[in-house]
Write a protein of this length. Structure first.
Length: 89
């Protein structure tokens, strides 16, 4: 009986160890997947930040060009005569 009990304990221990090993493997795979998602999201943030900076630069360029517009003077962008200059809101 003692040997049977010892064998059962060993078997339970082996089963538990196998489950823990599977769980560890699953956690490792989850961690790799999450790390890849984080890297992708960081890359997306970088692209968005660069796009936002380009937009701000373009808006600043538009404001600068707009400030140079004068009535009856050619537009520096398209060369057409400016007939009306809107006041800034």
């Amino acid at each position: 009986e003692e040997k049977v009990a010892t064998l059962r304990i060993a078997q339970n221990h082996a089963t538990l160890q196998a489950r823990q090993q599977q769980q560890l493997q699953q956690y490792t795979e989850d961690l790799k997947r999450i790390d890849a998602e984080i890297a992708q999201k960081q890359a997306n943030i970088q692209v968005i930040s660069e796009n936002e900076q380009q937009l701000l630069n373009h808006e600043q360029a538009v404001m600068t060009l707009r400030a140079t517009l004068s009535q009856n003077v050619p537009c520096p962008v398209c060369g057409q005569t400016v007939h009306h200059v809107e006041a800034d809101a």
